[in-house]
Design a protein around this ligand. Structure first.
Ligand SMILES: *Cc1c(COP(=O)(O)O)cnc(C)c1O
Length: 490
């Protein structure tokens, strides 16, 4: 199947590309992104035929329905990485927490956040292509805290791949930072930058689009790619678990095939929600996708008012840092799908030039057919964490934002699956503040121990080991130094 470009073609790039090309060169004409030319249709029969299939079999069938140019062996090797999750047969368990509310727990992989769901297999696929072609790639990753650890983990010591990972210094939790700075591998470079996640992501996009930077790399025989969800190679794996949620509800006797459900997604770069949107278009019976944000609620304005205006927003640091994003990359893919490439190019140019764009009333209505959105603040999040633990379910601050969407946006009497994107262990000081109703500044280690002893929880070894691990990376730089640092590393 071929892939095309969200902002149309510039006459230089190929007009249509294969999957491997799109994931090796994720930035398309005019700074756009790659999207599949058409989506495979996997409706009721497909669902019926997959009720007894395990996660890997489901993933294999969905990926091959896209007719991607990846060998079976490489694809299977990639999917085998789900074997290292807590339960290899069920890497993304769906748990009932009350009446009509279910949680898809996406954090059972090696770095305890949902980024593993896609980055584990994606890393494997990308390195197998690089190896086959005898090419060397530099993978750039900008992270607000979860992509970085997941990318470093999947690419560590992979032949032909080097990774430069940028994180906002002070913008991540201790655990997230330790996951990055203690990750050992000759091919890894971890850089803290003085700035926010948006600064890091902008710098990354500029480097990806920079001809001089690419030329410098080319002299060294290195090509450039990205591990952020601008890369369709991540999105394709994120379609799978939405199908899995649906199949699990059927298996648990909660719904019948064909019955509609809600998805509730805590959103930042909108990759997770986009996966749900594609799943719906491919035939999964989804009533609507409910989007939750934290105080950085630009997605709420976009969906509720059609306004995407960075001029009147300032990024605030919240207790759900993975959602502290104002420039959300994947909304571009949604707008392409709804409004076409000419209009998308125009809207993205407005965003670039004026820092804002505005949808028409009709366009906004179209968006609202598929999505509803709301936002909540840290006070709400902490209250929610406490209330739900009293009923026996411990959730992290990102997951907690979804409860607001569940309470306020769900209109019909249908089941809802909420996506839990991180394990509480990655954000334990916030969780302990919530449970103790205090504002003490706990260290992660202290908070983990207190939660375990007072609330009878357990910390997985992947997190526990971090505190004794050696710090390997300790570079903090200004954005201006970035290009030089990376060139030195190569
Ligand atoms: C990345 C992340 C999100 C946001 O996901 P998007 O796909 O970027 O919208 C939410 N929660 C956690 C914990 C994350 O790591």
């Amino acid at each position: 199947m071929s892939f095309i470009e969200t902002r149309g073609n510039d006459g230089v790039n190929p007009k249509e590309v294969e999957f491997s090309y799109a994931i090796l060169n994720p930035i398309a004409s005019f700074g756009g992104l790659y999207i599949p030319k058409e989506l495979p249709q996997l409706g009721e029969d497909f669902i019926k035929n997959h009720i007894d299939k395990n996660y890997k079999e489901l993933a294999y069938d969905i990926l091959t329905a896209f007719k991607i140019d990846i060998d079976d062996e490489d694809l299977n090797n990639a999917l085998n990485l789900y074997d290292a999750f807590d339960d290899k047969n069920n890497p993304a368990p769906v748990v009932k927490i009350k009446d009509d509310l279910f949680v898809n727990e996406q954090y059972h992989g090696p770095t305890r956040a949902f980024k593993d769901m896609a980055l584990q297999p994606f890393g494997s696929v990308l390195s197998s292509i690089a190896k086959k072609r005898g090419e060397k790639y530099l993978i750039l990753a900008a992270t607000s805290g979860d992509t970085g650890p997941a990318a470093l983990n999947t690419f560590k010591n992979k032949e032909g791949i080097q990774v430069a990972c940028l994180y906002p210094n002070g913008g991540t939790s201790d655990v997230q930072r330790l996951q990055m700075v203690t990750e050992d591998g000759k091919n890894l470079k971890v850089l803290g930058i003085n700035g926010t996640f948006d600064d890091a992501q902008n710098a990354l996009k500029q480097l990806l689009a920079s001809d001089t930077f690419k030329a410098t790399l080319a002299q060294k025989g290195v090509k450039l790619s990205a591990a952020n969800s601008v890369n369709f190679g991540r999105i394709i794996f994120q379609i799978v678990y939405h199908f899995w949620s649906y199949l699990e509800l059927i298996r648990q006797g909660e719904i019948k095939n064909g019955e509609k459900i809600y998805l509730i997604v805590p959103s930042g770069n909108f990759g997770n929600a986009l996966g749900g949107y594609y799943a719906k278009k491919m035939g999964l019976p989804i009533e609507k996708i409910l989007i939750s944000s934290n105080e950085n609620n630009i997605l709420t304005s976009w969906i509720n008012d059609g306004d995407y205006n960075l001029n009147d927003k300032k990024l605030v640091l919240t207790s759900s840092p993975a959602m502290d994003i104002l420039k959300s990359s994947n909304i571009e893919r949604i707008m392409y799908d709804m409004f076409g490439s000419d209009r998308t190019k125009e809207l993205m140019a407005d965003l670039n030039d004026k820092n804002e764009f505005h949808l028409t009333a009709d366009e906004t209505a179209q968006l609202q057919e598929e999505f509803s959105a709301t936002s909540s603040d840290d006070t709400y999040g902490k209250k929610t964490i406490k209330t739900y633990l009293e009923d026996g379910y411990l959730m992290d601050p990102h997951t907690a934002t979804c409860i607001k969407a569940y309470e306020n946006l769900k209109e019909k009497d249908l089941k809802a699956v909420l996506y839990s994107t991180a394990e509480w262990t990655k954000f334990s000081p916030t969780v302990l503040n919530a449970l103790n109703e205090d504002k003490v500044k706990y260290h992660d280690k202290e908070a983990l121990e207190k939660i375990c002893s007072n609330f009878n929880e357990k910390v997985p070894s992947q997190i526990d080991e971090l505190f004794d691990a050696e710090i390997i990376h300790n570079t903090i730089i200004d954005i201006e130094q970035l290009e030089n640092e990376i060139v030195d590393f190569i």
